[in-house]
Write a protein that binds this ligand. Structure first.
Ligand SMILES: *Cc1c(COP(=O)(O)O)cnc(C)c1O
Length: 430
């Protein structure tokens, strides 16, 4: 008998979500990935200590930098995504903010679409500018000319989301990647709503993927977690990133050329930001995440099946004004959805209820299976009124740009029996 599935990258997605990156022979043959509940590891001897701290030897010394439980998680997501390296962080916002910090110096800019998760919009428009880093928003995310206008010599990345929140818009990733690369900058995506099962960003030219693993990757909604994955081909030494030139010089004698080049982004993210800013994911959380990810593909198949059925049901309902879901032929994103999301365009949809805010509120108050919560990507179905919650501090114009109106409800469709979900919405709409 051989147990080699952990390192066979030719295996299918579902096989790898169970096995990739974990070799039980290195962990007392424990079949479950052990939780290394310790803050520190013994250094062994003096020479090994030096090697660990000059990074010429890979190993664990202090758990904020790395630990064996998180390493399995990092290898597993890198395998599922098809990337060269990954890093686990304390939350989705930690993954995104540390990524931006790794890309920029004071004075630099990030070009981003406007249809972002609320926390990311605030980060780019309010928090980072206080440190001299500017988020420059693209006027029209469907028009490549708009992206060109948002790029200048200070721009260090283009930032997009795989499915916009909450309007479920899809951008033409390949075209944007070409534009980014023509300008010597990477394309960064927040792939939280799609997961690597529904969308493989690296197949379309994306260089860095960020996740709020709190959502679908976990699925059970029991932990806050973030991940960053790098594709590995981007040339960080192209003259546009002085911080990476310096990093390369500092580590080229200790870390192999191949590793340094293929994992430059996540290595610097770990050595600079995880170590000094400290947004560490606890091994316990990594363990919870690994449990959730074992069923990712199965859950997503059911999520998207249910979402498609519910979108079709809602679209023909007389009390519904409109439904935004790329799986509907009426969606302006239907064609892009077919190209980028052949397995289904996610399981989040937004719906405008006839009768304005009052009617939307009545639906919220009457659902019995759907939970009234701001989260998304849980195995359970969730409903929320974005204008009074996630998008509360935005102006009416900003909300409209994100597809949020007074009568908009956002639904995150779970894996319950779809008949029960439809019956619940039906009685609430009556
Ligand atoms: C939830 C979410 C985030 C933030 O993640 P946390 O884990 O809550 O910090 C970022 N992006 C998207 C798309 C999200 O849904």
């Amino acid at each position: 008998m051989s147990y080699e599935a952990y390192q066979d990258e030719t295996l299918g997605f579902t096989t790898r979500q169970l096995h990739a990156g974990y070799n039980p022979a290195l962990h007392y043959r424990s079949k479950a990935v052990p939780i290394y509940q310790t803050a520190v590891f013994e250094l062994g001897d003096y020479d090994r200590c030096v090697r660990l701290f000059d990074y010429s030897e890979e190993g664990d010394s202090y758990v904020r930098f790395s630990n064996p439980t998180n390493e399995v998680l990092e290898k597993r997501i890198a395998s599922l995504e098809g990337g060269s390296g990954a890093l686990a962080l304390a939350s989705g916002m930690a993954a995104i903010s540390n990524t931006f910090l790794n890309l920029t110096n004071s004075g630099d800019e990030i070009a981003a679409v406007q249809t972002l998760y609320g926390g990311s919009t605030t980060l780019l428009s309010h928090a980072l500018p206080e440190y001299g880093i500017t988020g420059r928003f693209v006027e029209d995310e469907n028009d490549i000319e708009s992206y060109k206008k948002a790029i200048n010599e200070k721009t260090k990345a283009i930032y997009i989301e795989s499915l916009g929140n909450p309007g479920m818009n899809i951008v033409d990733i390949e075209k944007i990647a070409d534009l980014a690369h023509a300008n010597g900058i990477p394309l960064v995506i927040d792939n939280t709503f799609a997961t690597p099962y529904l969308l493989k960003p690296f197949d379309y030219g994306v260089d860095i993927s960020c996740y709020s693993a709190t959502k679908y990757l976990a699925g059970h909604g029991i932990a806050i977690a973030g991940l960053v994955v790098e594709q590995g081909d981007f040339n960080w030494l192209n003259g546009r990133f002085p911080q990476f030139d310096a990093f390369y010089k500092e580590y080229k004698n200790q870390i192999s050329e191949e590793t340094l080049k293929r994992e430059m982004f996540t290595k610097r993210l770990r050595i600079r930001y995880l170590t000094d800013f400290g947004a560490h994911m606890s091994p316990q959380t990594a363990f919870y995440l690994l449990q959730g990810m074992e069923t990712l593909s199965l859950r997503l198949d059911r999520h998207t099946y249910n979402a498609q059925k519910i979108a079709e049901y809602l679209e023909q309902h007389p009390k519904v004004e409109s439904v935004s879901y790329p799986g509907l032929p009426s969606s302006p994103y239907y064609e892009l959805g077919k190209k980028y999301f052949p397995k289904g365009a996610g399981a989040i949809l937004s719906v405008r209820i006839r009768g304005g805010q009052k009617a939307a509120r009545r639906v919220l108050e009457r659902v019995r299976v759907f939970d009234y919560m701001v989260n998304v990507g849980d195995a359970k179905s969730l409903i929320v009124h974005p204008a009074s919650s996630t998008h509360f501090n935005q102006t009416v114009e900003e909300r409209a740009k994100a597809g949020v109106y007074d009568n908009t409800l956002r639904l995150s469709i779970g894996i319950e029996d779809v008949e029960d979900l439809i019956a619940d919405l039906d009685q609430a709409l009556q």
